[in-house]
Design a protein around this ligand. Structure first.
Ligand code: SF4
Length: 259
């Protein structure tokens, strides 16, 4: 199916289902995917389908210059983003200068659009690095992925490229003392002849237990919205997402649903 790569360092603004008017920052190469996950639902396609090849990740200065230029342009037009979002063609926290880029972004946001929040959409795999955790603590919306509490399901859905241990990721997420947003994509379907489903009772029970341990200030649950690399993957009906959300609300957590 037709997946999509961002062709700029700074893109948009776009209207996001979950975040409002969002100006995006892509810390991955502009013409290739660069992620240590290969989620079966990734809108950028699979790493092998869109290899970064010789395309380089942007330098810290290039990110700062591109963002300042766009914010100046928006200021002249009298428009302001609700949010500046680190997303794009891969995992932003893999960038070796992620922490410095966050500092630069905070300065530019304060200079050009003080009311905008800064969001980072992350797959939660780089939290063994103290500098990444400290940088994520500085932004208003650190939105961290956990698609199941069961490791086998995560290995099937997110297809990590290196070692992955869900117990370690949950421990790392506890470092935020609840000052994080947990994001979970629910989906199911056949992928290369394998049935994938993170909505089973066993998955939901393990995920609820993880939410209890992590204590996020908010949980965002959603399902696929655009084309994914596999046609067999299906949306989870919004009514079902609301039932899942109610379970988390009953535990005392704030939940948002995007169907
Ligand atoms: S973590 Fe994000 S960028 Fe990486 S494969 Fe998954 S959806 Fe794609």
């Amino acid at each position: 199916m037709a997946t999509f790569l961002f062709d700029k360092i700074v893109f948009g603004p776009v209207k996001s289902r979950r975040l409002g008017v969002s100006l995006g920052i892509n810390l991955s190469p502009v013409a290739g995917k660069w992620c240590n996950f290969d989620c079966v639902y990734c809108e950028c396609g699979l790493n092998a389908q869109n290899p970064a090849g010789s395309n380089k990740i942007p330098k810290r200065e290039e990110v700062s210059e591109a963002l300042e230029m766009k914010l100046k342009e928006m200021q002249e037009e009298g428009s302001v983003p609700d949010v500046i979002t680190f997303a794009g063609n891969g995992e932003p926290t893999m960038h070796p200068h992620f922490a410095s880029i966050i500092d630069d972004t905070i300065k530019l946001r304060d200079a050009y659009c003080k009311s905008a929040a800064i969001s980072v959409l992350s797959n939660s795999t780089m939290l063994h690095k103290p500098a990444v955790v400290e940088a994520l603590k500085k932004v208003e919306q650190n939105i961290m992925k956990l698609d199941s509490g069961i490791e086998e399901t995560i290995l099937r859905i997110n297809q990590p490229s290196g070692r992955y241990a869900v117990v370690d990721v949950i421990e790392n997420l506890k470092q935020f003392d609840g000052q994080l947003i947990l994001q979970t994509m629910f989906t199911r379907g056949h992928v290369n002849g394998l049935w994938i489903d993170n909505t089973t009772e066993a998955d939901l029970a393990a995920w609820e237990e993880a939410v209890r341990k992590i204590r996020p200030r908010q949980v965002m649950i959603y399902t696929i919205d655009r084309d994914t690399p596999f046609e067999g993957l299906k949306k989870v009906p919004v009514q079902e997402l609301r039932i899942i959300a109610a379970r988390i609300k009953d535990l005392g957590f704030k939940v948002s649903v995007s169907g």
